[in-house]
Design a protein around this ligand. Structure first.
Ligand SMILES: Cc1ncc(COP(=O)(O)O)c(C=O)c1O
Length: 403
């Protein structure tokens, strides 16, 4: 260990506090990895600085390009997803933007399911359009609609399973096969599956290899699990694709903070059991709603009769804690809002997968090019409260419908 110098002169105290020679002993081990925070990374000498390649994970160049903390989280997300390379971004939406920015240029076209996460559609409608990138929406429940939409300029097909808010589960292997047969790259928004419900890189294990090219995951949801972190990830098994994504990631400066990465690293070990618990509770609640006369349909992929239930059954071993209900048309949007306002345990708020159950009323007619539902729809994100309490909460809130 370096020898402690004699007490510094008062004038040198600031220097001594910055350059103190003490180094803690190596070999510290604890259940959680240490957290490394840096914008600046210090090099041993100029030769080491010049030899370092920011594209490689063999060393460190600058905080934006990786620290032990972000590299560790990237590797764990790659493990979760069944991929080999992962990049972290400051939000799920930023991860979507990375895929678009890295894969598309002026004159290209991107295809999105009409039931995609809304802000992804808005990105296509605004920034991508302004950059000369065209887009088209296809019906994810009709593979022919994707086949018909692919044209000579199509470079990227977005997939989402299930659809946002309306929860239709597509025939994912069929959609991937169509895109692949036409030489078009695929990106899946895998936030719902979370690497648990199905494997994005092994979609048909019984038949043979079939994988999406990229899996985008809003780590904000299940991997964070606390409703207190925003983060996204893009995972692939394709080295060349990863290199392309990494270049754009670097050019755009989309790094993540060490403390946010720390939160996600802390939550990851409990992800499988949280996912399972929230799945179980959501199915119990969805089953309760399916018996209620106020509701005409429960949109939960694991519920028989829900759109694409057969595709969910063929692909998935579990489901996230998310579902929607369609109220009978005799109820006005104001009555449904009154029901939502009357809920006590369910809090009104966007996002999902945290411990607190959430609820949002949606007007599907304003969200889709071709809306399948016109009646008021309410989406529930089931948290970790006791399911009997959640059912009791819904039951008491239903009284507001009658007013
Ligand atoms: C399906 C899906 N994808 C992506 C996102 C975006 O994630 P973030 O909120 O981290 O930007 C969300 C957020 O709600 C989502 O539901």
């Amino acid at each position: 260990m370096a020898k402690r110098p004699a007490s510094p002169a008062k004038a040198s105290l600031s220097t001594a506090l910055i350059h103190d020679p003490y180094q803690p002993p190596p070999g510290f081990a604890a259940p959680q990895p240490g957290v490394h925070k840096a914008s600046t990374v210090i090099f041993r000498n100029t030769a080491a600085m010049r030899a370092r390649n920011w594209k490689e994970k063999a060393g460190y160049t600058y905080g934006l390009h990786g620290t032990p903390t972000t590299f560790t989280l990237e590797e764990r997300i790659a493990t979760l997803e069944g991929g080999t390379h992962t990049l972290l971004l400051p939000s799920g939406l930023a991860a979507i933007a990375l895929v678009d920015a890295a894969l598309l240029k002026s004159g290209d076209e991107v295809l999105l399911p009409d039931n995609a996460y809304g802000p992804s559609k808005e990105l296509a409608r605004h920034e991508l359009r302004d950059w000369g990138i065209a887009h088209r929406f296809y019906d994810a429940m009709d593979p022919q609609s994707l086949a018909d939409a692919i044209g000579p300029a199509t470079r990227l097909v977005w997939l989402e399973a299930p659809g946002s808010v309306t929860m239709e589960f597509p025939d994912l292997p069929a959609l991937v096969r169509i895109a692949q047969s036409r030489g078009v790259t695929t990106a899946l928004d895998n936030t719902w599956g979370a690497g648990i419900a199905f494997s994005a890189f092994d979609l048909t294990p019984a038949v043979g290899p079939l994988a999406v090219d990229m899996s985008m995951h809003a780590l904000t949801k299940y991997p964070s699990g606390g409703g207190d972190v925003l983060m996204g990830a893009v995972t692939t098994r394709d080295e060349a694709l990863h290199a392309r994504l990494k270049l754009t990631h670097m050019h755009m400066g989309w790094g993540v903070g060490a403390n946010d990465a720390e939160f996600v690293l802390r939550s990851l070990p409990t992800l499988p059991i949280r996912y399972e618990a929230q799945d179980r509770a959501a199915r119990a609640l969805a089953e309760w709603w399916s018996q209620r006369p106020e509701v005409t349909q429960v949109l939960h992929p694991a519920t028989p009769g829900s759109p694409g239930h057969e595709h969910w059954r063929a692909l998935c071993t579990s489901a996230a804690g998310l579902f929607s209900i369609v109220f009978d048309e005799r109820f006005s949007p104001a009555q449904v809002d009154a029901f939502v306002d009357a809920l006590k345990l369910f809090k009104i708020g966007y996002s999902w997968a945290g411990p607190v159950s959430l609820v949002v009323p949606y007007d599907v007619a304003t969200m889709r090019v071709v809306p399948a539902w016109r009646a008021p729809l309410v989406r529930f994100s089931v948290g970790l409260e006791a399911v009997s309490d959640l059912i009791a909460d819904c039951e008491q809130a239903l009284r507001a419908l009658a007013r």
